[in-house]
Design a protein around this ligand. Sequence first.
Ligand SMILES: Nc1ncnc2c1ncn2[C@@H]1O[C@H](COP(=O)(O)OP(=O)(O)OP(=O)(O)O)[C@@H](O)[C@H]1O
Length: 683
Amino acid sequence: MPPPAAMLLLTAASGPPTLSLTLAARRAPLRAPSRRRLRALRPARIRAAAAIGGEFGGLGRRRVVVGEFIERLRNVLPGGSWWRLEDGDEAGDGAGRAEGSGTTAVSALRRMWALVAGDRLVIYVGFASLVGAALSEIAIPHLLAASIFSAQNGGAVFYRNAKLLVVLCLVSGVFSGIRSCCFGVANMILVKRMREELFDSILSQDISFFDEETVGDLTSRLGSDCQQVSRVIGNDLNLISRNLLQGAGALIYLLVLSWPLGLCTMFVCATLSAIMLVHGRFQKRAAKFAQEFTANANNVAQEVITLVRTVRVYGTEKQEFKRYANWLDKLYDVSFRQTVAYGGWSLSLNYLYHSTQVIGVVIGGLAIMSGKLTAEQLTKFTLYAEWLILSTWWIGDNWSSLMQSVGASEKVFRLMDLLPSKQLSSEGLKLEKLKGQIQYADVSFSYPSRPTVPILGGLNLTLNPNEVVAIVGLSGSGKSTIINLLLRLYEPTNGQILIDGVPLTELDIRWFRERIGFVGQEPRLFRMDISSNIKYGCPRDVSHEEVIWAAKQAYAHDFIMALPDGYNTIVDDALLSGGQKQRVAIARALLRDPSILLLDEATSALDAESEHYVKSVITKVSRDSKAKRTVVIIAHRLSTIQTADRIIVMENGNIVEDGKHIDLIEKGGLYSRLARRQNDDLK
Ligand SMILES: Nc1ncnc2c1ncn2[C@@H]1O[C@H](COP(=O)(O)OP(=O)(O)OP(=O)(O)O)[C@@H](O)[C@H]1O
């Protein structure tokens, strides 16, 4: 029997099933339930008995052992605390978040239907084939028994039955093939749409959303959670419908054949269905926990692999392995309970299945002896009873799998339901020309993830068109935040930003961003060739010559030409030095020919010579009389901004000085102290 899906969740995202199962098993040897947990769960009554045992010797100790055993037994029996996943056990600390809104199977299926409704024809054909296959299959046991017993008498009836059997086998085979194919296709469509919608929803969230969500969590939702849902149509619904039809057919046949025997079988099936519902509900809850633990494990893996150089240098491999293995242990724990529950479900099935056969043979045998039933009828009964029980089993099996998928779909749908960032959905103004005047009017701001920490308090600042303004100040004083607000990555909590006199919130944000060139503190590159990295996001078509021009302006051309494939060399974040990445980012910004150029520590990773050249390029570009632009430069190295028209000095989210280099030096305030310290450092 297949392992429950939770055991494979991790695998779906990160490797072949066997590998992760082995890993999980190696990390956490079989244990049920853990002693540590049982000790924690042991009631005060037993602890008191233990104390008494200490005082009164052997008899007391034996009572404690028996008491412990009974308590353990109660915990692992159905309804015991071991099955209550929400309790403060090992699974609990990460799973508080696993508690969902309680999506029901019906509402989850309705959502899934909405995703595939565009291709409903495939599903209709699948269902039609399903009915065809089920009807032809349901007649097979009847014909089988009839053929065997007609063979005793020989002759035409036997040959007719045999011919019918062949035809039915063929028909059911063809219909089954079409059914599997159609449901498989529908399933692929479902997963594809689900991933597309989820990715689209994630991409359209406000930036503050990404301050709170982790990459591992989100990729888990896109990877393993969507994969888990992928079995819904292809497997679960398909097989549940088929077995419902076949089971109903078998039940009607049994009741017609012999109603007392039919009722007996019905009773067994009702018991199985009740167990199935309880089991399904448990699997749904467990799936949410497994999903949460998988996401946490993915988070750790993602973080550690991204920061592998830091891990290696600080020698924390073992520590990180433990952090990862800790989540695997939790995943193992919950999967272990799922497996035990599955075992209980199989045990009930086997027991009830064989009981039905025994009851059928005993009651049927008595009926044959009393002449109320023929041997042929009893054979047919046995075959259909078996069919009915197995159908119920399949329904139960797929029901629990369906519940796991519903559990996994909850978070996916919740993410899909998040409203997109307003700035992406609203149409705004497009000015005839962006002159480049920027005005911060009484702007206050706190990051949404830390709403009680004020970063800017009533900032008033006007940058004139074509002005080159440098912002300096101590680390953490809010310099980058000013740029983040201008880029509308965050919205001010108070006040507003005006561009050419128009509130930034009223402008079409795409139009505005197209006119901005931005080089961040730690520019990141996409895994594609250098030329595409330079062209990235450029709102107009650009020729290769223009790309080379921008690269030359940013002093990137020489190092690019030294790479194996020149401009066609595939690069990513790890394949270039910090200074090289910065130069590519500067080239990217210059290629846009922006009206506003924002440079946040754009020269911090450059060597002295490149910095000198890039500095002159920035000065040249910002003073280009043909292409006038407003330039905002954030810099720690004050030598890079001495020629700026204005220097703004920030301290604790406020502007404390504003003027030209020479004036600020003479003033003897924070700027001159910073400049002096840097000069002293150079001596
Ligand atoms: N996404 C964020 N969420 C919460 N707080 C943030 C976020 N980004 C920055 N901060 C906080 O806002 C404050 C100002 O940060 P900011 O990056 O604007 O400073 P800065 O002057 O540019 O610093 P540096 O010169 O070191 O880059 C800091 O205290 C920082 O911890």
